[in-house]
Unconditional design. Structure first.
Length: 202
């Protein structure tokens, strides 16, 4: 794991928080996100997250999980787009979760909540209609593989699993892992050196 990955994937970042504010236009709506040092992409919505948000396919109702949520842009946009969805945001980074909670309030979201923990442990008793993630690829392939391979046991039949990643960082290998875990995979979107992969539980 590299130095940067240790920083934002750590449970308790040691850096003194330096706060910032991001204003973003996503899926035809305006959002504001409070950010800080010690979390991923603190200065802007990164290209991968933006691509996933703009291309994600959401259920009409049910539960959605944003795993590795950071300060919350993916889950918050999901909740804003469809108030009928019950959205859960999970991250191991305590600072990121505090920001996500504040951003839920800041954007007046009523159908989202945050849970702290590693991977699926905080939601081990829940089943989802959709799981979304911009995983910490720099934390290592095994970390990403765990997020992919453990997903099906937390999904309903025909639920979707959608992940964005940089095409040049283990692209072919990740597609193979998707296919091994789900038996199917498709490229939902491709832009700016990133891809969004989607699989369905069959």
């Amino acid at each position: 794991m590299g130095k940067t990955a240790e920083h934002y994937f750590a449970e308790h970042p040691k850096s003194t928080p330096r706060f910032g504010l991001i204003r973003a236009y996503l899926r035809g709506r305006r959002f504001e996100f409070l950010t800080a040092s010690g979390v991923f992409s603190k200065r802007r919505i990164d290209l991968g997250t933006r691509l996933l948000i703009e291309s994600m396919v959401l259920p009409e109702e049910g539960r959605v999980l944003d795993i590795g949520c950071g300060y919350g842009p993916i889950g918050i946009v999901v909740a804003a787009l469809n108030p009928c969805l019950e959205v859960t945001l999970v991250d191991v980074n305590s600072r990121a979760l505090r920001l996500a909670k504040r951003n839920i309030e800041k954007n007046r979201i009523c159908n989202a909540r945050v849970k702290r923990g590693r991977f699926y442990e905080p939601v081990k008793d829940m089943i989802f209609d959709c799981i979304l993630s911009n995983p910490p690829v720099s934390a290592g392939l095994e970390t990403v593989k765990a997020i992919i391979c453990d997903a099906p046991e937390h999904m309903k039949h025909n639920a979707s699993f959608q992940v964005v990643f940089r095409s040049k960082v283990g692209g072919k290998r990740l597609q193979m892992i998707f296919k091994e875990a789900f038996g199917n995979v498709e490229v939902l979107a491709r832009a700016s050196g990133h891809r969004v992969l989607m699989s369905k539980k069959q």
